[in-house]
Design a binder for this molecule. Sequence first.
Ligand code: ADP
Ligand code: ZN
Ligand code: ZN
Length: 803
Amino acid sequence: MEIASVIVDVPTKQTDRAFDYLIPEDWRGTIQPGMRVIVPFGPRNIQGFVTELKSESAFKKLREIIEPMDLKPVLNQELLELGDWLTENTLCFKIFAYQVMLPAALKAKYEKKVKLSIGMAVADLPIQLQGFFENQEMLEWEEALKKGIVPLLQREAAKGHLEVIYVVKERVKKKQRKFVRPLVTLDELKKEVERFPAKAEKQKLVLSYFVEHFQAVELRELTSNLKTSAATVKALVEKGILTEFEMEVYRDPFEHRTFKRTKPLPLTNSQQTAIVPILNAIETNRHEVFLLYGVTGSGKTEIYLQSIQEIIEKGQEAIVLVPEISLTPQMVNRFKGRFGELVAVMHSGLSAGEKYDEWRKIQRKEVKVVVGARSAIFAPFENLGIIIIDEEHETSYKQEEMPRYHARDVAIARAKTYSCPVVLGSATPSLESFARAQKKVYHLLSLPSRMNNQTLPSVEIIDMREELREGNRSMFSRKLLEMLKDRLEKKQQSVLFLNKRGHSSFVMCRDCGYVMNCPNCDISLTYHRVNEQMKCHYCGYESYVPKQCPECTSEYIRYFGTGTQKVEDELGKILPEARVIRMDVDTTGRKGSHERLLNDFQEGKADILLGTQMIAKGLDFPNITLVGVLSADTMLHLPDFRASEKTFQLLTQVSGRAGRHQLPGEVIIQTYTPEHYSVELAGTQDYDLFYQHEMMIRKTHHYPPFYYLSLITVSHEQLMTVVSATEKIVNYVRSQVSKDAVVLGPAASPVARINNRYRYQCLIKYKREPNLSKILKTILDQYQKDTKSGLLVSIDLNPYILM
Ligand code: ADP
Ligand code: ZN
Ligand code: ZN
């Protein structure tokens, strides 16, 4: 087996296949499938993944692998196969499928360097350059740029004296720390302490320390505890009494926290009924998908915990997915509290290094449970016993770039391989999942009521048009204001929720209706108060805020919509005595600030928590008795067939924040469309009725879960080019699919231009289309290979964003 098939780190259609390389003699038997290697590719050295070993190749002249980057495979056999599955099911390049399964730290970084060509000596170089190569083999490009010698280098390179190479670098290093330990026996150590002269005070101190603690200690800790220096320790090392060594330590993001250990709670009757089928599947190693449908606070998490307990006792492993924004410290604490050190946590708040360390804990089998956001579904466990997806309806489980996978699908694929159960949990299941449960494809488990039969909070819907008619121009209805005052008096806490998606703060002329749009993208610019700028969220274009309308010169041009900051300002005016904590992207940007703000709120340092989506989930504070939704309908009017579903889910989630403990909760929803069924049914928290109503609409309009969708998006700088290419694609698809499929297009995408590229789309709706994958691959083959035309074609099977 001296030949390795390698997928190279060049994401193009032409290179989207395995290349064969010869394994150098030295590395034979060492290099295995799933390892990263450095290989020559064209004039460069790049990273690649070994997919298989073989003894023959169809190609004659094979180049040699330069060296392995790993000591053991980073992708095991199961994950390599999952890579094939991802490629097939999302139509992505294989290199993306592998990269998405690994922490970012393992993605290659290339460094440009200059070195002497083979056979050249330093003396062959012009005198100005000699100094740079005397003490080092390679010169970093960055340094060459700084020193201004690039032209000189290029001249030498042209003569063949020097060559430019790319060195593959690891992004993150393992964290090494220096440790010290005694090299002699305890008895000898005791003698040494006595033998040392009194004036060698510091050295004596260190030795006495080791007499008391006869074990290794981190150098830094030792010197700071004893207030001595590293030189003192060094002296003892030189005398052969102590020894220094390096040891890897993990970056622990939770270093400073202690977790209160918890014990399994005795389950209620309905929890007991729900958990039995899950435990049964665990016991019999059976793959089955469960939909755990229970309102917020009905005890789903306790079921997750006790199922995992079972898995750990069986010697197996568990993956728990939680949406990024509900991966709060509270959530993490519940898992760490139950399983302590056996839990790894993966979320975007961690540094690349921290993520890498958590990943390695999994790889080394030091943990049994991983709790994380979407990408944790690729945790390299090898004995998976259960996969749990909390808040399964969340659209953040779908990745919007290659590979465009949905974590739920990956979970089911992996669970089949391991023959183990999947538990999907939600208070407002996605229509897709609930429909599957109705058809008994998934096993439905229900938790009908909250713990201790607490009532759900009472919800009141306020018609804001009515408020306006009666002369209230404020963003707070009279009722909401009255309730906020009431809570202040009672010293109870309130949460104010602002739905920031949609056109939140754009600039509009009140006289002529002119809206300030991005010149590159057909979308309104968003007003940013911090730096008084208008900004495009698609391409980053920035502009000043106009003083008068460019259309009609009116001075009544101002920003509309409500940002959290504006709400905070207004609160300051109408309720000056209230202490407010604001949580949005501006206040939670820095690491740890999210957690700090929530802690402050929990400790009662504020009366009102004001925020966006980020406060809708996971909060479980006993003193919250009022939730106010400032505008329920900002999301209803997006060009998205899931807009109603998302609005219903969000309103139900937010309402669930109130009255989770002893005190009863109240919810106020302000809206301009109180008659819309999403708003109305969120008011009565009636999922079943919402489900029926929404299913009817989906059926009528041929949307999921009745139909599958595939979206082809084409973009180009020239409008005509896009239109004609999209037309060709649409015609081709029409000629190939069955007559039951609906092919829509060519149509301009809802965001018709991004970054000066026009965007057109073709939407395919179908029930069963076994050939579709082949048809779409043909399209990609044709357009992705032709990079000169500048056309970009992307395909999303099961899109969540139709813009
Ligand atoms: P969900 O995950 O459905 O929102 P949780 O699991 O968070 O619900 O449960 C809500 C509250 O009830 C939590 O404070 C939890 O500790 C508590 N709880 C859950 N199960 C039990 C039980 N069997 N006995 C007592 N308290 C429970
Ligand atoms: Zn105007
Ligand atoms: Zn733009």
